[in-house]
Design a protein around this ligand. Structure first.
Ligand code: DUC
Ligand code: ZN
Ligand code: ZN
Length: 478
């Protein structure tokens, strides 16, 4: 097995930082050493197959993006990144594991939905990947299938309180699924927005001629997110199911999560870079020469971008500091403007929901370190360590320690990254929602299970490098 020594860097974990050398044997980290350590009197650097000089740089565990949607069918089209293109873009950005969502729709067998997702991903991925299971049709068959997922290494499933007629689950269905969650330890993930209310508001807006992307945000009011979050919490309270609320964007929803957590409930939440940086006014309401007032379609996602004037973005950063929110994922769900977002010209309801960010999450969150929103250690915790613990991968993933997979990022705090479609873009999209963002840091080198897959501006990996990760039950529960 080839051996590698990463020397001279500062190893950063969720709990601290310090100078250390990292010794890798094949796919695994075997030692974290005081710099300059020798092995039985031998110079280590001279004994290994390769040495990576990380002087002046941070050495961190590879990023884990626990919320992606490669190739997701949505609104009459499909997310534009394949597992091949999306995981390669993830690698460029220092994300070495993704957890994507296998889909089961009403009337379909869970096993078939899962098998279809395996077929899409197998042999295609640049980095390791796991799955959550979307349950789009809660019925006696899907409920019976849920416990069998654990042996498949799928220990979390998502339901939707939004999208009536598509993925929507009503309270009775959610209650039944949560009872299975409580019995088995499967983690219930929730899209918490009151879909029936949103659909009425959206229809009224369109009838009144308010069809621009901006009104996507107007229809998806924060009250619908707060209410659904509260309801999900109460259903979790009744059943004892552990609950993880995805893509939280409203400060009032965070307050609900904080309230439940203060009472000792196993309730967790993630937010996404778009809810930290982008806003209803500036982005959903954007206009451009090329797209006119349809420019905002680039930013149509659900939950929606929120008003900066109402203070949601600042509240998200605060919640990340106080652990009212535990993680940052991307909800990577890319669509091109041409032929995809364009489907919703004249009716915002037909714009496929999603933003592509899998490539930029580590950088965007590092900028929060630079601006003082979070600490360096919290950066690692939010983007790698907690995702590993939350979704049952910790030990192998999310940490630089003996026995862990050698998923390592060497990050240069003196480097710079200019995000832009023409400059640093590898996602399969015809635009970037992050155009013009400047990051005071740079992903220099990425190792995935010991193999250097990105180095000095070159991609050195191959499709098929990534393996399916069988996950255990959550390691984050109270
Ligand atoms: N929810 C997601 O998590 N992703 C894409 C669309 C949605 O509503
Ligand atoms: Zn969702
Ligand atoms: Zn999603």
């Amino acid at each position: 097995m080839p051996t590698t020594l990463i020397t001279g860097g500062t190893v950063v974990s969720s709990t601290g930082r310090g100078p250390a050398d990292v010794l890798i044997d094949g796919e695994t980290i075997v030692a974290v050493l005081t710099p300059g350590s020798t092995l039985l009197g031998h110079d280590l650097a001279a004994s290994v197959d390769s040495v990576i000089d990380a002087t002046g740089k941070y050495v961190i565990p590879g990023g884990i993006d626990a919320h992606t949607h490669m190739q997701l069918p949505f609104g009459g089209t499909s997310a534009s990144d394949t597992f091949e293109t999306g995981t390669r873009a993830a690698a460029w950005g220092g994300t070495t594991t993704i957890v994507d969502f296998a889909v089961q729709r009403q009337g379909e067998r869970v096993e078939d939905g899962l098998a279809a997702w395996h077929a899409l991903a197998a042999g295609e991925c640049a980095v390791d990947y796991g799955f959550h299971q979307i349950i789009g049709g809660v019925d006696e068959h899907s409920l019976a299938a849920l416990p069998t997922l654990i042996d498949e290494g799928i220990t979390s499933f998502k339901m939707f309180m939004a999208y009536p007629g598509v993925f929507y689950a009503d309270d009775a269905q959610i209650l039944k699924a949560m009872q299975v969650s409580a019995d088995t330890g499967l983690l219930t993930m929730m899209h918490a927005e009151n879909g029936p209310v949103i659909d009425v508001l959206a229809e009224q807006l369109v009838k009144a001629g308010n069809t621009d992307p901006f009104f996507h945000g107007k229809a998806r009011v924060w009250q619908a997110e707060e209410e659904a979050t509260h309801r999900a919490i109460m259903l979790s309270n009744i059943t004892g199911a552990p609950l993880y609320v995805v893509h939280v964007s409203a400060k009032q929803a965070v307050e609900q999560l904080a309230w439940a957590r203060d009472k000792g409930q196993n309730v967790f939440g993630e937010t996404c870079p778009q809810y930290l940086y982008l806003s209803l006014e500036e982005h959903l309401g954007a206009k451009s020469e090329e797209w006119g007032s349809f420019e905002g379609a680039k930013y149509v996602c659900s939950t929606p971008l929120r008003s900066r004037a109402e203070g949601h973005q600042d509240h998200m950063w605060q919640a990340l500091r106080t652990n009212d929110l535990q993680m940052v994922s991307t909800d990577h769900c890319p669509f091109c403007m041409k032929d995809q977002k364009e489907l919703g010209r004249g009716d915002f309801r037909a714009i496929p929901n999603g933003i592509g960010s899998v490539e930029h999450r580590l950088d965007l969150m590092y900028q929060g370190v630079v601006t003082g929103e979070i600490t360096l250690e919290r950066w690692v915790e939010l983007t790698s360590t907690t995702p590993a613990r939350m979704f049952g991968m910790y030990g192998k993933k999310g940490v630089i320690a003996p026995g862990a997979d050698a998923d390592v990022v060497i990050y240069d705090p003196n480097g710079h990254t200019s995000i832009g479609y023409e400059k640093t873009h590898h996602m399969n999209m015809d635009h970037s929602a992050w155009e013009g963002f400047e990051i005071d840091g740079h992903v220099d080198t990425v190792l995935s299970r010991g193999k250097v897959i990105v180095d000095d501006g070159a991609y050195l990996g191959r499709k098929g490098d990534g393996r399916f990760v069988k996950r255990g039950l959550s390691q984050y529960l109270i």
